[in-house]
Design a protein around this ligand. Structure first.
Ligand SMILES: [Zn+2]
Length: 635
């Protein structure tokens, strides 16, 4: 059987895509990423299915089909959890047969089919006694959001398996939505959903079916936002990104997941229409996000209140909200912007966000999840197996299942390597089968060997990450003259022969990062990074030391050491720091006159260690901090 085309987003016929993704099914990941994907497939997907069953989410579908007599259970948008799970399982099946998972997918699909009403409507909350209320509270009740997740699941399942079963359910609901909603004067309901999602999903459904009405409907929903249709509820219009039309936006605001899904949907629209004003606005929003709104982790959405973006530079650490879903939305947006522009800055941010904001949302063993991702903690915030609002766990599962599809792209004849990680990609390129084998211990080591197994004349373009100064490249052992500019793609064009080898070396010194002076919480503090990985300090490595009184400095170099026994293998930073416990004068007081000179308690040298932030919270409960005191900065 020929391999199926399973791109994360299918841009094969999108006229304004510059870069098109290589399919999920074409890429097998090993090493660091392979281990996470294995746990996702073998542990997370099965564990999440049990939670869907245990918490009544599946019973809601049985109830809508008349097979379960109890009440509707949980949140109004719980259907989306099964849909995200189905999308995750579908992308997982793209990698090969898995009878146990296929059985669950078949059961899930049957539940979805059974819950669909004769006219195509599908939402288990409105399935029975609330049938007359359908589409009456789009602002708060997520009907189109749930529909969007169904569409994405159906598209993924169709791509991965070739089966049209779930796609049929999706198109029947999409047809109903197209017949229900339209602009003033059309005689249809003029309304939009409070939670974006259906926009990008409708574009993908258009790509999968070539039914142009779905693209037009996505455009209608985007154009209808920003005109006050969502006014009057408990939140103001900006919570829903409804404060101004898209092209007038200066910054992302409101609920972070919604804002980023909105940006994804508009980018998908641009990829089909090519409207310059849309791309210009998207670029402006991204630039603003990077300059004033994003955490050093890549996490976004600072505020608990409204799960929202804060003001510019409002980036509290302990009170950071930074929902896992928002990081996922950001990664999805970066992937689409990379497709639209071919610019390495989007691939750079995609990688950083995946490693330092998405992956921390799940435990290394695939059994538990974070919803909120603080940058410092006192030991009370820990991963859980599930949440009453369980948007994040299946969202992480679908992201990991699709992760192989983020690694490579093509631009004309060129092959782009966006992400590094051990594994092999095999796909059709210029009419021939091409394999690229990556041998590397990335992200712990910056030596990446790429072996090209195939023939033809084309360019292989390697991303040189923005942090990679002093990068070097050799081709078949000979040093290359190709310029290697951090934050760009280095292009090696040649007539390739089987066995040709590229050796890219990305030096990974430990980097001490500082924040913009207008971020008050980070003043006088530094964060640690090495290569694409952000680090943090944990109490488990610093017995008897309050992390708030720990100071590091660029003048005290840290050594990177790979520990195979730690968390299944990762690189830890080690060195010394200064612990400066508070002096006795602070006992029972909050303020005092400034002392002459530097006020401080006795300093002592302590052994220091930092672990990757993606692995935080896996040991005995204790404090964690990303931003650490900087020795010499007032201490
Ligand atoms: Zn979430």
């Amino acid at each position: 059987m020929p391999p199926r085309r399973t791109p994360v987003v299918d841009l094969a016929r999108s006229p304004h895509a510059l870069v098109r993704p290589v399919p999920v099914s074409a890429v097998a990941l090993e090493g660091f990423f392979g281990a996470r994907l294995k746990n996702n497939l073998e542990v997370s997907l099965f564990g999440q299915w049990e939670e869907l069953e245990r918490t009544g989410r599946l019973d809601n579908f049985r109830r809508a089909a008349g097979l379960f007599a109890g009440p509707h259970q949980g949140r109004v948008f719980n259907d989306s959890d099964l849909y995200k799970w189905l999308e995750a399982a579908s992308f997982a099946l793209a990698r090969g047969p898995n009878p146990a998972l296929e059985r669950l997918v078949a059961e899930g699909m049957a539940l979805v089919e059974g819950a669909q009403e004769p006219d195509g409507y599908l939402d288990t909350y409105y399935g029975l006694e609330r049938r007359g209320e359908r589409f009456t509270n789009l602002r708060d009740n997520h009907e189109l959001y749930c529909a969007g997740h169904l569409f994405q699941a159906a598209v993924a399942h169709h791509r991965a398996t070739g089966s049209g079963r779930l796609l049929l359910v999706a198109t029947r609901l999409a047809d109903l939505i197209c017949a229900e909603f339209g602009p003033p004067g059309s005689g249809l309901r003029h309304a939009i959903d409070g939670h974006e999602e259906v926009e990008m999903a409708l574009v993908e459904l258009y790509r999968e079916t070539r039914e142009r009405r779905y693209l037009q409907q996505a455009s209608y929903f985007v154009e209808s936002r920003g005109h006050g249709l969502l006014a009057g509820g408990a939140y103001d219009r900006s919570y829903f990104q409804d404060e101004a039309p898209f092209r007038a936006l200066e910054r992302l605001s409101g609920h972070a997941v919604r804002a980023l899904y909105y940006a994804c949907g508009v980018t998908d629209l641009y990829l089909e229409t090519g409207e310059a004003a849309l791309l210009g606005t998207l670029e402006r929003l991204f630039t603003h996000l990077m300059a004033r709104q994003i955490y050093v982790t890549g996490g976004v959405g600072a505020r608990h209140d409204g799960e929202a973006f804060g003001e510019d530079y409002e980036l509290p650490n302990g009170r950071a909200y930074t929902e896992t879903c928002a990081a996922i939305g950001s990664a999805m947006w970066c992937h689409r912007m990379l497709a639209a522009t071919g610019e390495a800055r989007y691939a750079d941010q995609l990688e950083w966000t995946l490693l330092n904001a998405v992956l921390p949302g799940g435990s290394l063993d695939g059994r538990s999840y974070l919803y909120v991702n603080p940058l410092e903690d006192d030991g009370r915030h820990r991963r859980q197996a599930w949440y009453p609002c369980a948007c994040c766990p299946p969202n992480l599962a679908r992201t990991l299942a699709a992760l192989p599809g983020y690694f490579y792209g093509t631009q004309g004849d060129d092959l782009l390597v966006h992400l590094y990680g051990a594994g092999r990609a095999t796909f059709d390129h210029l009419g021939r089968e091409l394999s690229i084998v990556q041998r590397t211990a990335y992200p712990w080591d910056g030596a990446v060997e790429l072996e090209v197994q195939g023939e033809g004349e084309f360019a292989v373009r390697l991303r040189v990450p923005r942090w990679a100064g002093e990068a070097s490249l050799s081709v078949n052992g000979a040093s290359s003259e190709v310029p290697l500019r951090p934050g760009s793609y280095a292009s090696v064009r040649r007539r390739w022969r089987p066995g040709d080898r590229l050796e890219l070396t990305l030096p990974m010194p430990v980097r001490f990062l500082e924040a913009h002076p207008y971020v008050p919480e980070d003043a006088g503090r530094v964060a640690l990074a090495r290569g694409p990985v952000l680090y943090c300090a944990e109490a488990a490595d610093h017995p008897g030391v309050d992390l708030r009184t720990l100071f590091v400095a660029p003048e005290r170099p840290l050594e990177a050491a790979f520990g195979a026994d730690l968390f299944g293998g990762l690189t830890v930073l080690r060195g010394t720091a200064v612990a400066r416990p508070l002096d006795e004068g602070w006992r029972d007081r909050l303020y005092r006159p400034v002392a002459r000179g530097l006020a401080s308690g006795p300093a002592r040298e302590v052994a220091f260690a930092a672990v990757p932030y993606l692995a935080w919270g896996h040991r005995e409960p204790g404090a964690m901090r990303v931003w650490l005191g900087r020795l010499g900065a007032g201490a």
